[in-house]
Design a protein around this ligand. Structure first.
Ligand SMILES: C[S@@+](CC[C@H](N)C(=O)[O-])C[C@H]1O[C@@H](n2cnc3c(N)ncnc32)[C@H](O)[C@@H]1O
Length: 214
């Protein structure tokens, strides 16, 4: 019913969250989205942006994936349904409300090929002992990336969790003006054997880093 009504006008449900403020699950033109006050989190432009980044990655050689920032899980749908990526995904999010939304509204459930973990991404990556071929970093609170995810200490921990055979996709900035701060991260990735491609103004806005082992 909500889906049909959404062809006439958007139908929204607001869900309060301690971490993300007011989350909005919105039906629009027959499709469901997850938004915050100032940003699209899942299943809108964000999904297109990450899909564009993934098009630059050789997914056939990837045997597992770590997703930091689950949101509504739209990149999981893209990996599974657009790229037919059926390998194991570990998805981490700090917000239990977001994880409940990913389950109830977008039908992502723990399964033999998906583990959803409620944890702070920084803590998770510091304690992690598994090696991942693909790491996707998509960590925002509303339209803002918490500053610790630009720190080299975080990126050194990311490198320790990477198998060194595969790729890292970083949704690095919502606006090109923030992208100058990326140079130290790019240098660190390059020194560690990655070829880094900076994709600017993806969908007119975001900066993506695509880092691949050579
Ligand atoms: C843009 S959404 C992720 C969208 C998701 N990648 C997708 O494809 O639908 C950003 C997510 O980062 C999460 N986040 C922000 N800070 C975090 C932190 N410190 N640790 C873990 N998750 C965090 C937020 O709760 C939010 O769900």
């Amino acid at each position: 019913m909500k889906r049909l009504l959404s062809y006439i006008y958007p139908v929204s449900k607001k869900v309060p969250s301690q971490y993300n403020g007011k989350l909005e699950v919105t039906w629009y033109d027959g499709k469901k989205y997850l938004n915050t006050k100032n940003a699209n989190y899942s299943y809108g432009s964000l999904q297109e942006i990450l899909k564009f980044g993934l098009e630059h990655i050789h997914l056939s050689s990837i045997s597992n994936c770590l997703l930091l920032g689950l949101g509504g899980g739209s990149v999981i749908d893209t990996l599974r349904n657009h790229f037919n990526f059926q390998q194991h995904i570990t998805a981490v999010d700090i917000d239990p409300v977001v994880i409940a939304i990913a389950q109830k509204e977008f039908q992502h459930y723990n399964s033999p090929t998906l583990s959803m973990v409620c944890a702070d991404a920084q803590q998770f990556i510091l304690e992690n002992t598994i090696s991942f071929d693909l790491i996707i970093v998509d960590l925002y609170i509303d339209a803002h990336m918490p500053s610790q995810f630009m720190e080299l200490s975080f990126w050194k921990a990311i490198l320790k969790s990477h198998s060194q055979q595969g790729a890292i996709l970083f949704n690095a900035a919502l606006h090109a003006s923030n992208s100058e701060n990326l140079h130290p991260i790019i240098s660190l990735l390059e020194v560690n054997g990655f070829l880094v491609n900076t994709l600017q103004k993806v969908n007119g806005t975001n900066t993506l880093l695509v880092a691949q082992t050579q």
